[in-house]
Ligand binder design. Structure first.
Ligand code: NI
Length: 158
């Protein structure tokens, strides 16, 4: 188990486009395992490779605690509906903001053996997929926040 350092907003690595993964090496598998460890340790529901400083198109997501998804070279094929809710990011610690996302997404990606698959997601999982895929193109959810970016602490006091 290895916890990697999570890069925070302001770090240029988060603003770069990640590169397609062409082959899976032992290093790639180690990266994926470390990304899960790092995400769970930080109590997150998703993490993109650029958040640990690696510019590869890899994301890990687990919105329930027992449904881990690895999405390599993910591509959103379809979206529909709308959901608005508070979003947060391990790279923007202590903050949250309202973001509107599709309520349904269909995404095509490759698994850790580079086998293609499709995932249909709704609600929180759909939100996580959209959020993480945007990381791969150098974008953070703060660009989409409606109104003010808030402190998590203030929100909890409401
Ligand atoms: Ni994020």
């Amino acid at each position: 188990m290895a916890i990697r350092n999570i890069r925070e907003m302001g770090d240029g690595v988060l603003e770069k486009a990640c590169k397609e993964v062409r082959e899976i090496t032992p290093r790639t598998l180690q990266l994926i395992d470390d990304m899960f460890d790092t995400m769970y340790e930080a109590n997150g529901v998703g993490l993109a490779a650029c958040q640990v400083g690696i510019l590869k198109r890899i994301v890990v997501i687990d919105t329930t605690g027992d449904e881990p998804w690895v999405l390599i070279n993910p591509r959103i094929l379809e979206t529909s509906g709308e959901q608005t809710g508070n979003e947060a990011c391990l790279s923007v610690p202590g903050k949250t903001g309202r973001v509107t996302r599709p309520n349904y997404v269909k995404v095509m990606a490759y698994d850790r053996n580079l086998k293609p698959f499709e995932l249909e997601a709704t609600e929180l999982l759909a939100r996580a997929v959209c959020h993480e895929v945007e990381h791969l193109d150098g974008h953070l959810y703060v660009e989409r926040v409606e109104g003010e970016l808030m402190d998590v602490e203030d929100l909890e006091e409401e």
